[in-house]
Design a protein around this ligand. Structure first.
Ligand code: 4AD
Ligand code: MG
Length: 441
């Protein structure tokens, strides 16, 4: 028999070859004593398999359980219409071997994955949950989208860099830093690779990285992880408008690539509404967003309205983007509420050339800005944030040796996926999610 993967079943059926397929029992059903239907899973797909009378007399039959591993031998036949089978074919088994029997009884797979136990118990069993159809589809689509991002950057001639995870500098504020002991010296898990990417542009031009970032977020929300996949890019000699255009292009191109890939059906099964968004995206100034929220009479938990100068947190952000129902660039945030490195508007230094991209269902998926490129200005930025410039000498040096206007952004990949695949919670699109109080498995 020829050893094949389930994805090759169609070809093998047409060739009429006898095959052997190795895999896991995804589902099983006895029909009377002399017929058994199995759904076999091998990572490449699902296959319906039929064990007839002779096959059902094997001594191993009682040992068969969901998640047991088997080798099934036989020939593939077309399944008549009306009888639904994945791929439209089934394997008529003429010989089979049990490779390993999964437990039955209280240790049985189905018992372990009792969804009524609640999400935290299910996340304790993440290693088993990943065998399910939805979880494994989400992981496969993670891979598809990650490839689409890389392909976008490679086509646009960006250089991919691998940046350090261990750092002695902060990028997004001290309150979310994971601190660690680095041979007796203080160090942190990186919050963002931005500062490192900025040092690459003088010799590498447009650069990007796909790297884990870490945030000690003190609350559990639908969109905050302690460890997330951060897709970041940095580009020399661009304008603020060009930064926004690059972002629109990135988001639209990645969705277009994914939807024109062979995974299109799998994507649409999870989110039938996914379409390439219309360009240009709506641009909204921070001050107009505050005004919009006041006009809409959107109130904080304490019943008051939002004031100019206040941060726009998750709730109002979601309200706004869900009401307008389209991507929104929030632009020109006040300097006081943004990071030390953000470039200030020449006409109004109280504002930064910054943007957050909001998507319906999730809110902010990207944060980006033009960067301060003047030496004196960056020194003022450190002072304002109470940062000791000592550890930043290498970042400061970029403002001495041939500085240039430049900008970049960071996209939270899990938030992007939560939007594109219509998931309630970012943890659903993580392989093994890390959030407050969860570091296992
Ligand atoms: O807005 P943030 O904090 O910006 C930066 O880190 C910049 N240094 C990026 C840059 O310009 N290179 O984070 C960027 C994005 C957010 O828009 C969000 O999508 C995601 O990273 N993000 C998180 N995703 C999941 N869990 C968290 N705790 C996240 N914190 C940020
Ligand atoms: Mg942000």
């Amino acid at each position: 028999a020829q050893k094949i993967k389930i994805r090759e079943a169609e070809k093998a059926r047409k060739e009429g070859k006898r095959v052997v397929i190795f895999g896991w029992i995804h589902r099983m059903r006895m029909q009377g004593k002399n017929m058994m239907f199995l759904t076999l899973r091998d990572g490449s797909g699902y296959l319906q398999c039929l064990l007839g009378k002779e096959m059902c007399q094997s001594v191993d039959i009682p040992k068969l359980t969901v998640e047991s591993t088997v080798a099934l031998y036989g020939t593939l036949v077309e399944v008549p219409e009306g009888k639904s089978a994945p791929g439209g074919h089934e394997l008529i088994v003429d010989f089979w071997k049990l490779i390993h029997a999964a437990p039955s009884g209280i240790e049985a797979f189905e018992t372990k994955l009792n969804k009524e136990a609640g999400p935290e118990v299910m996340y304790d069993q993440r290693h088993l949950v990943l065998r399910g159809e939805t979880a494994s589809s989400l992981m496969k689509l993670r891979s598809v989208f990650l490839q689409a991002f890389r392909q976008h950057y490679i086509e646009q001639h960006y250089v991919e860099l691998t940046t350090p995870c261990l750092t002695q500098t902060e990028c997004e504020g001290g309150s979310t830093l994971f601190k660690l002991d680095y041979y007796g010296e203080p160090a942190y898990l990186t919050q963002s690779s931005q500062l490192y990417l900025e040092t690459a542009i003088p010799s590498m031009g447009d650069v990007f990285c796909i790297q884990m970032s870490f945030r000690a977020e003190a609350s559990r929300t639908r969109r905050h992880l302690s460890e997330f996949t951060h897709i970041e890019a940095e580009m020399p000699f661009i304008t603020y408008d060009e930064l926004l255009e690059r972002l629109e292009f990135l988001v639209c191109d990645v969705i277009e690539k994914a939807l024109s890939s062979s995974s299109r059906d799998m994507i649409l099964e999870l989110n039938p509404d996914l379409k390439v968004p219309q360009r240009p995206f709506r641009r909204m100034q921070y001050k107009d967003a505050i005004e919009w929220l006041r006009q809409a009479d959107f109130r904080k938990d304490d019943g008051t309205l939002y004031e100019y100068g206040e941060d726009i947190p998750e709730k109002p952000e979601r309200f706004m983007v869900d009401t307008l129902g389209e991507p929104i660039f929030l632009c020109r945030f006040p300097t006081a509420m943004k990071a030390f490195y953000m470039f200030r508007d020449e006409e109004d230094p109280a504002l930064t050339h910054s943007t957050d991209l909001l998507m319906p269902g999730v809110g902010e998926i990207i944060g980006g800005s033009m960067r301060i490129w003047d030496y004196e200005d960056i020194m003022k930025g450190y002072a304002r944030e109470g940062i000791d410039p000592k550890f930043y000498y290498w970042y400061t040096d970029q403002r001495k040796y041939g500085a240039c206007p430049h900008g970049g952004y960071g996209l939270g990949f899990e938030r992007f996926l939560a939007w594109a695949l219509k998931r309630d919670h970012v943890r659903e699109v993580c392989f093994y999610p890390r959030y407050m109080k969860r570091c296992t498995p």
